[in-house]
Write a protein that binds this ligand. Sequence first.
Ligand code: C2O
Ligand code: CU
Length: 484
Amino acid sequence: RRAGNAGPAAAPTPEGYVSPHGEEVAAAERKRGEGPVREFRLTATATSFDLGGRTVKTWAYGDELPGRPIRVTAGDTLAVRLANHLPHSTTMHWHGIALRNDMDGVPGVTQPPIKAGASFDYRFTVPDPGTYWFHPHSGVQLDRGLYAPLIVDDPREPLEYDLEWLVVLDDWVDGVDGSTPDAVLAELGGGMAGHGDDPEEHHEPDRSGPSRRLVGARSRLLEGDPGDVDYPYYLVNGRTPEDPRTFRAKPGDRIRIRIINAGGDTAFRVALGGHTMTVTHTDGFPVEHTDTDTLLLGMAERYDVLVTAEDGVFPLTALAEGKGHTAQALLRTSDSATAPRPTVRPKELDGRLITADRLKAAEDVRLRPRDPDRTIRLRITGSMKRYDWAINGKPYDPAQRYPVRQGERVRLSFINGTDMWHPMHLHGHTFQLPDGGPRKDTTILLPHHKVNVDFDAENPGLWMIHCHNVYHSESGLMTILGYR
Ligand code: C2O
Ligand code: CU
């Protein structure tokens, strides 16, 4: 079966979803054009992985963790058949892509859930180059093994480098002594009973598992807490530090590292021991090149950096911010050098730290200065104790819309009235941080801070705005922007 194409407006999919903006969505897609069609097949399936000394049962896209990357070129038309072999409905969200709205993968909002045993054909033109990723938008499924990079090459790539690595960070609980993300959610006291679920397949999670010990294991309500859950494992590319992935290079090689935080509830601070990193992109979009020792990535953020390899063996370390644990991979340019210990903390972790607000957008992606036509104030409230996350006093209501009009410059004013970090994400657009800051789709909102981000409303449809802490969003920290 074929989901709606860029053809005549408002073609209902075989599953019966009719986009409320069908005509505009189809017209916007025609403007993007149809490029060479790149076909992929993905199967969401129950499987198991060796994380490096520990085997866990989980759900994933095929037999790799992270899932095998999808790689296309900007302007291509991506056609993915997702077969759902899970015992539960699912969907696929293409995080960060300014795609046609009816392919955005939000169950109950842009498409019906893909039931167990069914499949769905995603098909859309990919407009912008960059580092993206994909994951389900159903419940807390992304905190299992259901995630993979989506790399969009630039046909006019301006950077020169010898090697490229994909580095995907994750926090891991699924399948550890019987725990699941659903059990963690229940333990936190969250859950909306049904974002993306078929009501008839609602499961009561098992509350007896070790998730009970993980939640609030650190002091709750710690000032400026970036996450709630003390995970048993932290991973780089699916591996624990005891058995890390090793990247090989020659001394002097220039390496582009694309870093993705796929964690459900963990911000990571990343450094490559013995090296300075030059930040070139965040969330797929170029920035003015900036040197740094370490970087901070909230959930779902991406950074691209360039490094020049030194001679030896070096830890690429991701520190789970506020939780103290580290994940690790290795850069090896010498066969004889001795690998660092799994627990080593490169001094760069305490060096110069780049956060997004210190970066500037590269000139060709900077928004033309203009006063906003509309400001949408989004005040976030809630606490760890009550797990009552809300926006402007309301938990997620699928019927509510924050309206915008095509062509407007829109300002989202995020106000954090809570003691926790919230990585705030907007679907289908890339906003800009203040004062010529970087173009991003996800921005860390620190406790009791405010951030204004601007974007041009030029992608019609219904678009989620939510916290990318998957337990927060699933407990209500989510709302919908709706084109009129
Ligand atoms: Cu990765 Cu709704 O997001
Ligand atoms: Cu949050």
